[in-house]
Write a protein of this length. Sequence first.
Length: 208
Amino acid sequence: MKKILILFAGITVFLSCKSGQNQSSKNSSELNEIVSIMQGHYSSEIQSKEDTDYYNISLRMTPIWKEKGNYLFVEQAMFDTQDKPYRVRVYKVHQDGEKFISEIFTIKNEKDWIGKWATPESYDKLTQSDIELKEGCQVTLKRESKNKFSGATGDKTCPSELRGASFANSIVTVTKNEIVSWDQGFDKEGKQVWGATKGGYHFIKMNN
């Protein structure tokens, strides 16, 4: 049976300096690096053709609120029905030393914002009071090499009630042209109840 990734934590993303800390030019460069490589439109089409247990999923990450920092408006949908995304989020990432913390926010009245990527200025009307942090669901990433960041959620820190789950885990790798995200939900006994079982979804960048 095909497994759809329900949580896409990983990735995704506002990157800013840790409050009260001065960032070196190296850190600022790394922040700019991860923001640059994450934004764009992705598809898991190639993987879905190679393995029918995976769907062709559209992942679109659009930069918003540039004057406030590095935020991304994220939509995930079946590729053939991109006007009906099953996941709509705002991502924000800040730097803490050598770590990059990717936070995830839900959106009030999310249906009002679907498809606005075509006119990004529309997001100027979205305010921070319209989003709510998903506590415990942040992904901590580390830079492994140029244009490659990897990380995961905390152990059993992200609550989930989907399909009888108790918590969710995400493992994420971000490179220049691909995002690999393996999201799984587990019940209180540790049995997996949703998500891919073989490995993460491979999202290949279609454009920036």
